[in-house]
Write a protein that binds this ligand. Sequence first.
Ligand code: DAH
Length: 355
Amino acid sequence: MSELDLLKNRLGHLQSEALALFDEADSLAALQALRVQYLGKKGALTDVLKGVGKLPPAERPVMGQHVNALKSTLADRLDLRERQLTVVEKEKRVEAERVDVTLAGRVLPRGTIHPVQQGLDEMTAIFSQMGFAIAQGPEIEDEFHNFDALNIPQEHPARAMHDTFFVKDEADDPILLRTHTSPVQIRTMEKLLANGEEPPLAVVAPGRVYRCDYDVTHSPMFHQVEVFKVDEDVSLAHLKGVLQHFLSEYFEKDVSLRLRPHYFPFTEPSAEVDVGCVFCHGKGCRICKGSGWLEVLGSGMIHPNVLKSVGIDSTIYSGFAFGLGVERLVMLKHGIPDLRLFFENDVRFLRRMGS
Ligand code: DAH
């Protein structure tokens, strides 16, 4: 066989082999590899062209034409196959990415409002409905608002009993984390007068307070709600009426009430308030330690010294005040045995309380 015939033969094989492989290629990537293999710089056709160069000059043009024809046949077939595979791959992708809009949605876990916050909200709402305005004060306080203005002077034993967290400001003056919400009384009265206004004033002040204390019934941070009213002729009867309404609303039953004489520096007279045990209805049980009564809050008639400290005339105005521990009331309402449950954030507890 002549050199020419051999080459022609080779071209024939090359063509059928290449076309078969093109048809078998099942991805654009595989097809691209074949394009390189046959038409690339170092591909099979380049190899053949080298053979053409070795032919006698007269035969080269004919052979050259054959090679070029094969080249365009292969290129056309590659393009055709490329278009087919593009469509196939696109269909595959669409199928893979299809979104089933009929599928049920994924439910995200939903939290609940923390029981202490629920308690705060409920309590604040009851006072709000009675016409008390909501006020807030800073959790970082000075000694004047937390103690002095509330008739708890330096060296007063009550000051030591507050287990205060002290911090110092830049000038080394003692500042502290408020030990109760009572300083909000001072701040709201100061603001009232600074605005050129006068009592009446009726305020509910919910918030966080801090004491250096930790056991079954005490935590270093807890919540209080402070309530007070200042006006002409405010009496102990008003205090009792407000307490009676609030406690019956909060415990969702008619509770009985007892005011026990007590001592607070910022009230005179002062009383601790007990409700008839909501568990045994006064018969005496483990929770009320057999007494039939539960101690719920401290109260009294605002001490004239407190009014004086902000410049309110205590011969014209009087007021009542009380402060309650939110955690304690929530524990009593829901029969929660340990205060620390509120702060451990065990989701089983939080869910049960939230539902
Ligand atoms: N501030 C008191 C405390 O934290 C509670 C209290 C008692 C507040 C009597 C009052 C009150 O307003 O009149 O122990």
